[in-house]
Design a protein around this ligand. Structure first.
Ligand code: TZP
Ligand code: MG
Length: 229
């Protein structure tokens, strides 16, 4: 059974050791939790799986105690071992239909995409959310594919699954990304590398929620808006 509470992906913080300026990821996660973050991902591109496990289990435990969602990037074995809430895969990882088959039904699956075709396919393959990027240039992923906000707009029309935009997103451009049609933003350096991850988390959430509230107001028919006054 899938958890009944819907995925809150307004702000999706990716915990990446190399982006954390030497800070322990536990410290970053605690900041995200204090700042009100609802979902985090563990991303480790260098360490072998065995080395990841103790840290991963510790992070997972903290996320669970705080009642926030915990996702593992790339590695299905680690996601299962840590009893994560979800797995996130890219175009070079285990294919989505295979992951879907191996994951327990309670775990959700996210897929990174860089084109409209990939976004459609991810949804067809059973992704619970679809990530698109890179929206802006980023130093975090050296071989990023720049897709821009145009892909967010196009994917919004083509995909019904929640859409998460990633790549170069900061508190200053987050509202623009939501306006283009993203349900949420995924960020690495803007939180992991921030002097105060809790404060960065708060600022992101404030800007994203303000933009969503503005959209809601703008889309409510005038008469209904008047009735509320
Ligand atoms: N996928 C596309 S861009 C990117 C990933 C993992 C890196 C995002 O990092 P940042 O620091 O938020 O730009
Ligand atoms: Mg990957």
């Amino acid at each position: 059974m899938k958890p009944t509470t819907p995925l809150d992906i307004d702000l999706y913080v990716i915990l990446d050791r190399t982006a954390s300026r030497g800070r322990d990821l536990r410290e970053v996660l605690d900041g995200v939790i204090r700042g009100g973050g609802r979902i985090v991902q563990f991303r480790e591109k260098e360490w072998p799986s065995r080395r990841c496990l103790p840290l991963l289990e510790d992070l997972r435990g903290r996320a669970k105690s705080a009642g926030i969602r915990f996702v593992v990037n790339d590695r299905l074995d680690l996601a299962l071992a840590a009893e994560a809430d979800g797995l996130h895969i890219g175009q070079d990882d285990v294919p989505a239909p295979v992951a879907r088959k191996l994951l327990p039904p309670s775990m959700f699956l996210g897929v990174s995409t860089h084109s409209l075709e990939q976004a459609r396919k991810a949804e067809e393959d059973g992704a619970d959310y679809v990530a698109v990027g890179s929206i802006f240039p980023t130093e975090t992923k050296p071989q990023f594919q720049l897709v821009g906000l145009d892909l967010v707009r196009a994917a919004r029309q083509a995909v019904r699954a929640p859409l998460v935009a990633i790549g170069g997103i900061t508190p200053d451009n987050a509202a623009e990304v939501i306006r283009a049609g993203a349900d949420g933003v995924a960020v690495i350096s803007a939180v992991c590398g921030a002097p105060d991850p809790a404060q960065a988390t708060r600022l992101f959430l404030e800007r994203i929620r303000a933009e969503k509230a503005a959209q809601k107001g703008a889309h409510t028919p005038l008469t209904a808006r008047h009735k509320r006054l």
